[in-house]
Design a protein around this ligand. Structure first.
Ligand SMILES: Nc1ncnc2c1ncn2[C@@H]1O[C@H](COP(=O)(O)OP(=O)(O)OP(=O)(O)O)[C@@H](O)[C@H]1O
Length: 251
């Protein structure tokens, strides 16, 4: 059996609703409902589902940013890292790209400055950027370049798992295709595993090996992309495919 990079078992988490008056009882909203899945090393796993179904909450639990009420997540290797939708919002506008990309290594305190800088230059190359970008500020590079920087920054500590939460959604179609190509390449070159969260069924088909369909805090269907897209079993999967204009006649 292939190596498992992530094992999530029986995850449950809920939030209390806001109270609008002193006498109103706070309702508990269950967001992840006994959710279990595994990911293999080097796999790109898509996670799709409508807004509010709990995708980002699951991502935060995997990254250790939220503690589940019950259940466990085991990730092998270095701490997983995340790439977000808005590459501009994730980069400190007051710092140069080189400084930003060095930061995860600075926090680790394992390498001297010169070696950190060298690693940044190597990573810039890996994500398809010119070394000169290290001396620019985030507002001096394009949106696509910024997303490459975010991916590079996330990979500086050599995580086995990258969680990409709507990482290409804000980019225009051409740039989107280039970033998808980069992720594919990093998967091949580094054996990187990617949990790719998206609402875009077409993009998921393009990039992912497997897909999980999420609805109201549970996984209603999962499998390799060809099987799920061309022989969907669950009504909700069929709805999502239809809404994306992916019909059975495309099979
Ligand atoms: N910290 C929190 N406190 C209270 N409710 C929360 C919190 N985080 C998330 N929620 C609620 O949990 C539900 C799931 O949110 P989540 O962000 O995981 O959905 P999502 O599937 O990622 O949606 P989208 O695709 O719009 O990003 C939503 O109803 C949201 O309002």
């Amino acid at each position: 059996m292939a190596d498992v990079i992530l094992k999530a078992e029986h995850l449950k988490i809920g939030f209390f609703s806001e109270r609008h008056s002193l006498f109103e009882k706070r309702k508990r909203n269950e967001v992840l409902k006994d959710l279990s899945f595994t990911m293999e090393k080097g796999e790109v796993l898509g996670l799709v589902g409508e807004s509010g179904c709990g995708k980002s909450t699951l991502a935060k639990v995997i990254l250790g940013l939220l503690k589940p009420d019950s259940g466990t997540v085991i990730v092998s290797g270095n701490r997983p890292q995340m790439v977000f939708q808005d590459p501009y919002g994730s980069l400190n506008p007051a710092k140069k790209i080189g400084w930003i990309m060095e930061e995860p290594l600075r926090i680790q305190r394992k390498l001297p400055g010169k070696e950190r800088r060298q690693k940044v230059l190597e990573m810039l190359k890996k994500v398809g950027l010119d070394e000169k970008i290290a001396d620019r500020y985030p507002n001096q590079i394009s949106g696509g370049q910024r997303q490459r920087v975010c991916i590079g920054e996330a990979l500086m500590t050599n995580p086995g798992l990258l969680v990409a939460d709507e990482a290409v959604s804000a980019l225009d179609v051409t740039i989107q295709a280039q970033i998808l190509e980069l992720l594919e390449q990093l998967k091949e070159e580094m054996g990187l595993s990617i949990l790719f969260i998206s609402h875009d069924m077409r993009v998921v088909y393009q990039l992912c090996d497997r897909v999980m369909i999420m609805k109201d805090g549970t996984i209603v269907e999962s499998g390799d992309v060809d099987t799920v897209y061309f022989s969907p079993q669950h009504e909700y999967t069929k709805e999502l495919l239809e809404a994306a204009g992916i019909g059975e006649d495309e099979a």
